[in-house]
Ligand binder design. Sequence first.
Ligand SMILES: N[C@@H](CCC(=O)N[C@@H](CS)C(=O)NCC(=O)O)C(=O)O
Length: 207
Amino acid sequence: MVTVYSAPNTRAIRVIWVLEEIGAKAEIKSMPYPPRQHAPDYFAVNPTGMVPLLIDGEVRLSESMAICDYLATKHGSPLVVPPNDPERPQFLQWLWYGESTLMTPLSRLNIVRQVERQFERKGGPEVEAIIAGARDHVGERLKMLEQRLEGRDFLAAGRLTLADISVSYPLHLVGMLGVDTLLGPRCVAYRERLRARPAYQRAIAVS
Ligand SMILES: N[C@@H](CCC(=O)N[C@@H](CS)C(=O)NCC(=O)O)C(=O)O
């Protein structure tokens, strides 16, 4: 059976959501976050200490979207838009946007918040400048998502695909980081639409 190492509120949600959408069984090993602090033995399994990690026989993968693609393709799921489909380019665009363009400034914001929590105080003007820059970038980058969602429920092919599952995580992080005001109305409705899926709710509960 497939094993997935996970922690709450991490990119492992994407993987477990895919498993739930395709109805595939897996053993989910959920650890408190961050595993490097709360589950140091995990370093013996994954030397980066990061989640998610998938083990399927000889196959070991530790990039969330690679795992999602691997699982969905293995099960012949319509979550993947195939190479000959005219919607494939847009599928790829939004799949990568979710883990690169949108995640990059959110990760900056996340790191600053974690350090502030660790030292129990706000940073000086330099730190404030990093926060302001990251917020600006998130806001700018969300505008292209807002535009894409005009007249669409999903990002590509008129159905839920891995592109939506990719973008769902940075949208989750936007909420966790308390910058929801950066979301336009279509992004808010889109996030709600994704969250309303029973498979998503089950994934959140077990991640
Ligand atoms: N690009 C990787 C990023 C994985 C990643 O950053 N995981 C975070 C949780 S979302 C993590 O495990 N951080 C803990 C750490 O760095 O110690 C992916 O998509 O899986």
